[in-house]
Every structure is written in C-alpha cells, then in structure tokens.
Ligand binder design. Structure first.
Ligand code: PMP
Length: 347
C-alpha cells in the first residue's frame, strides 16, 4: 500500500487558500500594533492570541518528544475530531469506521458532517478484530477511529493490531489517547514519524486536570498538521487557555505526576475492593482513570447512588456493556464514600 495524503483530502480543502489573519501576515515584534483592529488599551487580553500557539507547542513538543510542527492544538480534542471529518470526508459520499463501544463524539461529529458510519464491534475482551475492520473499508473510507485506553471499557487496544491497520489502510488511523497518562503502555506519539497516516489525539482534560480550559491536541506528520491549520478558526485557542496551560506545564508538572500516581493507586485499590463485593459480577481491567463494573441491577444502583449524592455513568444500555457502570476515580475520601454507599445499596 502506498499512502498518498493528497489522494484522500477533500478536493475543496486541498485547493483552499486559508484566511490570512493579521498575525499571519506579520509574525515579528513591533512597538505599535495598528494591524488587527484591536482596542489599544492594555488589559492583558486586548490582543488576539498567537494563532499557532508557538510557545505552548514548543513546551508540549519537548514533553511529548515530537516536533512543534507535528502538533495541532484545539478547543478540546473534540475540535480535532470534528476537523478530521471536515478535512477528509466528503459529506454524503465518504465513510468512516469506528469501534463499539467507544467515545460518543466520533459518531456525533460524523453525523453532524453527514458522513456514513461503519461500525466495528469489539470482541468480548474489548479488542479490535482486524480482519473485520479490513472487510468494512472501501475506497471511500477515509478515517478509522480507535481509542486506547478505550472509553468506556478502560483497556488498551493491542499495539500490533493498531500497527497492522496503519500499514494496511489507505486512509487516516486516529488513535485517541485521552487516557494514556494513566496507562503503562507507551504512547503512539512515538510512531508518528513511522506512519504517515497516523493521528494521535491527547487532551489536557484528564491527567493534566484542565478540563475547564478546553485544550486538546492532535499529533501527526507535519503535512497532516498543516491541514488542521488550514481549516481551523484563526484564533481557536484563547489567550487565557494558552497562559494557563503554559503555567501548568512549567510549574505544576510534578504535582500532576503525583496526582496521576495517586489516581492509579486508588484505581487499583478500588478495582480490588469492587471485586470482593458479591453483587459485582465483573470488574474489567483498566488502564484509565475509571473502572467499568458489571453489577446486578446496574440501573437501580445508579439511581440509588444518585439519591446518596454520587453520580457515576450508567453505561448499561451500551453495546457489550449490559449492566455496567463506569466509575471515575475520585479522591481517596470520595472513593471510600462511594464504596460505602454501594455496599449499603447492595446489602
Ligand atoms: N476522547 C475521549 C476518549 C474522551 O473520553 C474524551 C472526553 N470524555 C475526549 C476525547 C474529549 O476530550 P476533550 O475534553 O479534550 O474534548
């Protein structure tokens, strides 16, 4: 298979001349800025942000071991998911493949963009079935969405299977690694120089503790990132978000690492504890910051937990997740309370 990026881009995007904002035309340092119709009175936020977030990307690049030009930053990784459709998929003509069960936004964005979905149901142990996926694609299949660790199942997908898809698919393989910082398996960011069709998604919303600033990233070969830059809103990541992310990367990395270690420890403790409860039928192995638990009368449990003031995610109507709740790992005190509440409900 010879992957050729230009062959799979939507023709209107391939030929698009992107909007040139004021800060595209002039990138240097001036003493007087009369180019962008901003209010000149300094309040810390009167200037537009850097459209390409150069400083932030250079820090992220160092941490992730990728070049700045291999990073796209967006309003959550949800923005990157939406842009992938807009860059590659012709509405009403092209299709994409996504796994079930998995994160819901791949399919919502697919519908918004009027792109046909082809569903690849995971095996009973929540792995991908490579030949099944290979049978699903045709010449109009542009994207395959994978998620590892997967949401809501918590497991990582087999590395070799992902690599087989990258090698054999003539479109883009997206590996969503929103939860990778909680996993022991290595990230696929190390592979973006080897596979020209691989896009890795990560986010500041989970391990970094910054869900409120809305910052997500896509990492891929430079020519793919150039397409994201072409299609995105010019100032898609605001000044406050850039500042807060930089401050956290520079000053809070140690704290974040301690929090991750604590969450992982609590997760493993909570898994053990749940396994010892008779009404709990199955605690699925997890490499994320949540646990999928199969429990008798999950929906009743869910409602009774709500009565106690604790909200978990009821996944019992999701394919392969009958009677399953997805429980995020909280602080040690919150986890202890949750277990006490669950024991009282199941008593
Ligand atoms: N990917 C997965 C697998 C997720 O579970 C989530 C959020 N729940 C996201 C992406 C979205 O992340 P963001 O907050 O960066 O949009």
């Amino acid at each position: 298979m010879k992957f050729n990026l230009n062959d799979i881009i939507r023709p209107n995007i391939l030929s698009l001349a992107p909007y040139q904002c004021a800060r595209d035309e002039f990138e240097g340092v001036a003493s007087i800025y009369l180019d962008a119709n901003e209010n000149p009175y300094d309040n810390g936020l009167n200037r537009y942000p850097d459209p390409y977030q150069a400083e932030l990307k250079s820090h992220i690049g160092r941490i992730k071991g990728v070049d700045s030009h291999q990073i796209f930053l967006g309003n959550g990784s949800d923005e990157a998911i939406d842009l992938l459709y807009r860059i590659f998929c012709r509405p009403g003509r092209d299709n994409y493949i996504s796994i079930s069960p998995s994160y819901g936004m791949y399919d919502v964005c697919g519908k918004v963009n009027d792109i046909e979905r082809r569903e690849a149901v995971l095996t009973a142990d929540f792995q991908i079935d490579v030949p099944q996926i290979q049978n699903l694609w045709d010449e109009n299949t542009k994207l395959i969405f994978l998620c590892s660790p997967n949401n809501p199942t918590g497991n990582t997908l087999n590395r070799e299977d992902i690599i087989t898809l990258c090698r054999s698919f003539n479109g883009i393989v997206v590996v969503d690694e929103a939860y990778i910082d909680f996993a022991t398996t290595p990230s696929f960011t190390n592979e973006i120089n080897h596979y020209p069709n691989l896009v890795v998604l990560q986010t500041f919303s989970k391990a970094w503790g910054l869900a409120g600033i809305r910052l997500g990233m896509a990492m891929a070969a430079e020519n793919i990132i150039a397409l994201f830059n072409k299609v995105k809103y010019p100032y898609n990541v605001n000044v406050l978000t850039q500042q807060k992310a930089l401050d956290t990367l520079i000053h809070q990395a140690d704290t974040v690492n301690l929090q991750i270690a604590e969450i992982v420890k609590e997760r493993d403790k909570m898994s053990e504890r749940l396994r010892s409860i008779p009404h709990v039928e199955r605690v699925y192995p997890t490499e994320a910051n949540f646990i999928l638990v199969k429990i008798k009368e999950a929906s009743r449990c869910y409602l009774q937990l709500l009565d106690e003031g604790t909200v978990v995610r009821n996944r019992s109507k999701v394919i392969l997740c009958d009677d399953c709740l997805r429980v995020t790992i909280g602080t040690p005190e919150e986890n202890k309370k949750f277990i006490e509440q669950l024991l009282a409900i199941l008593d």
